[in-house]
Design a protein around this ligand. Structure first.
Ligand code: COA
Length: 157
């Protein structure tokens, strides 16, 4: 049984995240989506519980995807959950350099395998930080958020 782990801060989850999770989930038996902390993003718009709930609702119809919250190290979560590989999406060269660093550290400290998915063209310019900025100006962000969880974003603002 192959288990992949898709970690992120998901603040909030976007169409890009949904696409990566569904494509990764189709290639393994079990996909664990993990809401984790990024040390470079200390202030969140949505708290961890809200992000977990949004992701659970988003993937409620996908039987092999489960959503967890972890405040620890990715390498530790991989070991504890028996994941065979970590999944990350790549949009551009800037993502690549950052992701190569993370993959290398995780391989070194936990023997973690990382699989990169090329982001679909349609989602290459979507980012959670753009969504957060638009929300701070009271703008509609429906174009970037999966339909199923749009109500969580707008109900909450
Ligand atoms: N399409 C469009 N956008 C995408 C995307 C895709 N397929 N995949 C990612 N993105 C965007 C997100 O919207 C987000 O944009 P933003 O930076 O403007 O907010 C960005 O890419 C990446 O965010 P996300 O994927 O949600 O997570 P992250 O990069 O913040 O996650 C962790 C990083 C949490 C996985 C990492 O910090 C971690 O492993 N933390 C645990 C502690 C640890 O082990 N630290 C050591 C790491 S070496």
């Amino acid at each position: 049984m192959k288990t992949f782990l898709y970690p992120g801060s998901f603040d909030p989850p976007t169409l890009g995240h949904e696409d990566i999770a569904l494509r990764a989930g189709a290639l393994c038996d079990r996909l664990i989506v993990a809401v984790m902390d990024n040390a470079q993003k200390s202030r969140h718009l949505f708290d961890a519980q809200q992000r977990v709930e949004m992701l659970r609702e988003l993937f409620s119809d996908v039987p092999n995807i489960t959503v967890v919250r972890s405040e620890g190290l990715l390498a530790d979560l991989c070991r504890e959950s028996g994941a065979d590989a970590v999944v990350r999406g790549l949009r551009n060269a800037a993502d690549l350099s950052q992701e190569m660093l993370m993959a290398s550290v995780n391989a070194r400290i936990g023997d973690v395998e990382t699989i990169f998915f090329a982001t679909r063209d349609a989602f290459a310019n979507i980012s959670s930080s753009v969504v957060r900025e638009l929300l701070s100006y009271g703008r509609d962000v429906s174009a970037f958020i999966p339909e199923k969880i749009r109500h969580c974003i707008h109900d909450d603002r």
